[in-house]
Structures are given as structure tokens and as C-alpha cells.
Design a protein around this ligand. Structure first.
Ligand SMILES: CC(C)(COP(=O)(O)OP(=O)(O)OC[C@H]1O[C@@H](n2cnc3c(N)ncnc32)[C@H](O)[C@@H]1OP(=O)(O)O)[C@@H](O)C(=O)NCCC(=O)NCCS
Length: 151
């Protein structure tokens, strides 16, 4: 699946905690926004973040780092879309770019009343064939059976 460059920027002193590191919540916020931009490219309407899993802070993010956030559509279920989000930094001193944080963000497609709705009902017409096939396959196989009788 194609890797998308979703967001880019720099870490500034106002993003730091009292110990001089970057707040984990600041990083997660950027990752959530990146994932939601990617989801918006797939569906018309709203999708809410419902789960964040496998969140791994591998290396610290530092003041002055240039960050680039890449997203990949991991899988699509009946009402959910999982996005792998990979937060990279380019250090000012070494100029080398590496992945320092990654996670899976799960979104659920919802209508205006905030009731979950099938992804296929709101999938954009111009999505890649690979994405459409993933959504069609996912619609047949709800990942978590617990609530599947609701559909
Ligand atoms: C979105 C919402 C209406 C979904 O309702 P729900 O009753 O929790 O939905 P379900 O339990 O049936 O699960 C919905 C989807 O999540 C999946 N899911 C359930 N448990 C999961 C888990 N542990 N990890 C990943 N996905 C999971 C289900 O399989 C289903 O996807 P599928 O239809 O593709 O199989 C509700 O969770 C909600 O309003 N949450 C708050 C959202 C929010 O405010 N987010 C913050 C800001 S955007």
C-alpha cells in the first residue's frame, strides 16, 4: 500500500516539556491529524478516532528536529479504517532521517448523528482500486465479532 506524506514541520521550543523533551501528547496529536487527513482522502463525511494501538516511542524527538509524518492504509473493516502512522525526524546535527514513533490509528466512519456507518457507503468514488477492494473485502469480515449483529 502506498505511503503518503501527510504532514511536515519543525519542533520549536514551545513544544517542549519542562525537561527539554517533546510532549508525547504533542507527537500523538500530530499523528492523529495526519491519520485523519489520510482518512478524509478516502471517505466523504466524518470519521472518529476510536483506538490507538501499538504506539511505540522508539527514540526521543528533539528541539529543532524537522518531522515528517507518513501514513499507510493498513486495513479496512466494515465500519473502521486502520492507518499506520510513522513519525520520522531529521536531526539538525546529523541530517539523517529516521523513524522515531509509530502507531496504528483506528477510525470509525460516522453519520451526522454520530452513528457508525459502513465505510463502503461513504467511500470516495475516486479512491484507488486497491483501496476499494480492501473495503469490499473488509465489509465481509468484521474484525471484532462482538457488535457485528448491530449491522
Ligand atoms: C465511533 C463510535 C460511535 C463507534 O461505536 P462502537 O459501539 O464503539 O463501535 P463498535 O464497538 O461496534 O466498533 C466499531 C469498529 O471498531 C472495531 N473495533 C472494536 N474493537 C476494536 C479494537 N480493540 N481495536 C481496533 N478496532 C476495534 C470494530 O470491529 C468495528 O469495526 P468494523 O465494523 O470494521 O469491524 C463510538 O466508539 C464513539 O463515538 N467513540 C468516540 C469517538 C471520539 O469522540 N473520538 C475522539 C475525537 S475524533
Amino acid at each position: 500500500m502506498e505511503k503518503i506524506l501527510a504532514l511536515r514541520g519543525r519542533v520549536y521550543p514551545t513544544d517542549l516539556n519542562h525537561m527539554g523533551g517533546v510532549f508525547g501528547g504533542w507527537i500523538m496529536g500530530k499523528m492523529d491529524k495526519s491519520a485523519s487527513i489520510t482518512v478524509e482522502g478516502l471517505v466523504i463525511g466524518q470519521a472518529a478516532t476510536v483506538f490507538v494501538t501499538d504506539l511505540h516511542f522508539k527514540e526521543p524527538v528533539k528541539n529543532g528536529d524537522i518531522f515528517t509524518i507518513y501514513t499507510t492504509v493498513d486495513s479496512i473493516g466494515r465500519t473502521s479504517i486502520r492507518i499506520h502512522v510513522d513519525f520520522h525526524v531529521r536531526r539538525r546535527d546529523t541530517n539523517c532521517e529516521c523513524s522515531v514513533v509509530d502507531a496504528i490509528f483506528t477510525f470509525v466512519t460516522v453519520d451526522e448523528a454520530h452513528n457508525k456507518i459502513p465505510v463502503l457507503d461513504v467511500l470516495r468514488h475516486d479512491v484507488e482500486q486497491e483501496i476499494r477492494a480492501m473495503a469490499q473485502e473488509g465489509a465481509k469480515n468484521p474484525r471484532y465479532a462482538k457488535n457485528s449483529e448491530k449491522y
